[in-house]
Design a protein around this ligand. Sequence first.
Ligand SMILES: Nc1ncnc2c1ncn2[C@@H]1O[C@H](COP(=O)(O)OP(=O)(O)OP(=O)(O)O)[C@@H](O)[C@H]1O
Length: 796
Amino acid sequence: MLRGVRVKVKMTSTHIAWKPVNTSSSCCGRSKAALARRVPFDEILSAQALSSRPSASCCLPRDHKFVVYTFTRARSDPNTWRCEDFALSAASPEQAREWAAAINARVQLIRDRPRNLLVFVNPFSGARRARSVWERDVEPVFQKARIKSNVVDTTKQDHAKEVVCLMKAEELASYHGIVVVGGDGMFQEVVSGLLARRERGDAAAHRIRIGHVPAGSTDAVAYTLHGSRCAATAALHIALGDRLALDCGRAEVSDGGEARTFVCQAGYGFMGDVMRFSERLRCMGPVRYDVTGALQYLRLASYRVALSYKEAPSLADAQHICTAQCQVCRAAGIRMEHAPPYARSSSSFSHQSHPVLGGSSPRAPPPLAGAATATAGAPALGGGGSQQSLTAASGGGRTSPVAPSPSASGHLGHRLYSLPSAPVLPPGPGGPGAGSCGPTAEATPSQQPGTPVASGPGGVGIPPSGGGGGGPLSWLFPVSADGRVDAAGGGGGSGASGAASGPGGVGPGGGSAGAMLARVHSAQIVGPAVAYGVPVLGGSSPRSATGSGLAPVPIEPPSPSGAPTAATVQPPPSTPGGRASPLPPAVTPLGGAGNGPAAASGGGGGSTTGMVPPAAATAAAAGGSSESAGQGLLGQPWTDAEGWTHLEGEFVSVKCVVTPCRSDKSKNGIIPHGHLSDGRMYLVLVSTCHHLAMLRFLLRLSTRGLVDRCLPHVRVIPVTALRLSPLPGGHTLGGCLWDAGAPESAWNVDGELLSGADVAVTVQRGAVEVFARGPETAASAGVGVAPAGGSARLRR
Ligand SMILES: Nc1ncnc2c1ncn2[C@@H]1O[C@H](COP(=O)(O)OP(=O)(O)OP(=O)(O)O)[C@@H](O)[C@H]1O
């Protein structure tokens, strides 16, 4: 019986289902047909037999219940989940217990369910409600899923990171995951702690998944992972044992300062200014970001920087929205080096997403004894797809649950996190492996529908707004036919003058953001990392090289034609092992010691779109220094023999976005076409602009998200590494507000401030595993791009 209605219950190897025996009438004013339900075992937390008690039902005086704990998706938003319990009545207490035991036996066979978790609760996150979120939304879910949890309330900044770093290896190994109840900063702390352990060679740190229960101010991590900021939904993803590889970015201050890992974005300029100021207003809670955002918008500062970035190979399926079962992420072929301790040895349960996994499972239940043959009235499991109809209603035949046989377990292999065993996104044209990644036609992320791109040997033009074939950005991003940024100037009619940037001195190249990351990365990623252009890190870091007294290596400006030649570039020093540094040498700021004359580039060919300040163009045309123009553009981009593109300019905002970075302010994500585990990040450059243009940018951010050239002053470039060095100069439009002359902005790395501004950023593909599957529907509303391959798939 279910809610007083007699139902017929059926249990197969994959699900349990029930439907009313007689649907022709209603009971207690409810339609009986609405009670029918089919629940896959991998959506069941557990089942429990309840002791007999008087029933309130009008149809049955006493009942003996077993409750199936599962969840349901909200009709309005399938990414918002709620717990749902179904209490079914059996004929006797024994029968109820047997049903519950049979269901639990099946649920325990599902791999990846965590049984023991370490939970960090930050009582100061967001509006200081993390503790109540834990008690109200998370703990009950864990109890239903029979998960043990060790809860630690954090008492200070970096407490969680310290605990993770200092914990004994055996203790860490006893956990199946670490859960953070708090904000993005807490999640980032745990990621950093785990990566630090891995750096020390701790194998246990590879096996730990991380879960984020949102209780902070922005909670972009949870939103990105689940498409929702609902704490109960996040708790359910954890309890169900979802598993997904997640890319991380790493920002390292070059002067020997700190390094931070991020999973959403790192930003310099506007974002850093907002963060820097909002720290002073922490007492205001989440609203502080709105307040400081408004103030910084009025202030609107832009900063001069030297940038070097390495462009990522283009994806064949560039318009694929990352959702659960994302084809692009699957094709990335992430494979963790270490199997989870509870990986099953049975081929029936082999986890295709981690083909290297194997071995017996300490956590796996032993093969269940008992016949697989269903007996009349017993909640038997249909091996090999057969199904046995059973009646659990009183008056029916007495039922006796039969434990599932191992052979019946094969059908549980439908857990959906499978990745092909050896798929690789090829580095060059041709696209990912046939069939696995949708269309094979090559298309760059910048080629959005309706975005005119004038290709040709001379470069790629800018949308018509630029006028004259060049447009306001053509000075900045002339792109050659092969997709590389080229110093040859904008295509047909570009107004770029072609004058080279001042030859800044360059520091010695070095291992950069890290030899450490390199080791972590190479330990984790199998094969495709190279194909993806993720640098194999090595060598000494720039700062260590500087510290060792190495003199900066002078670098010649590109040839007038802009084509970089081997002779013009001094390659970064190699390690003794012969591996080159993944990051470019630091560029000595213009005006600094050893600089040559700074030549201003021509900009924009008379653009009036606001991207290029007219004063700068005038100054450049007149042969004057762009610096003297006060807000000019510096130099011209060029690409060296190592594939690094170098440019100098004045920007309101420079961001690196490593995942789609969804939040309730930007529901589609900052980069709707970003992915959770594709090994790339997106460099977003917002050039000096006026308030209206900035407003358009912010509106675009919070509505449709960014694609390349979505606005004349915005570029979105897929990269694998970036280096930013502040240059003197910059200006504020609303300079009357405060600190109008601030020479540098700050780096905001997932909501935390970095201690320096000269920063190298790299991406680590699949650096950590998380309790997530990605949003179940494409967040593409308004983007104008349908998810490729029907990835918005519900599992029901
Ligand atoms: N007891 C504590 N007292 C003060 N700071 C703490 C404490 N526990 C943790 N922290 C620090 O608080 C910082 C912010 O925490 P968290 O990210 O959870 O919240 P938030 O900043 O409000 O949310 P979001 O990052 O989503 O905006 C983290 O750097 C963390 O180290």
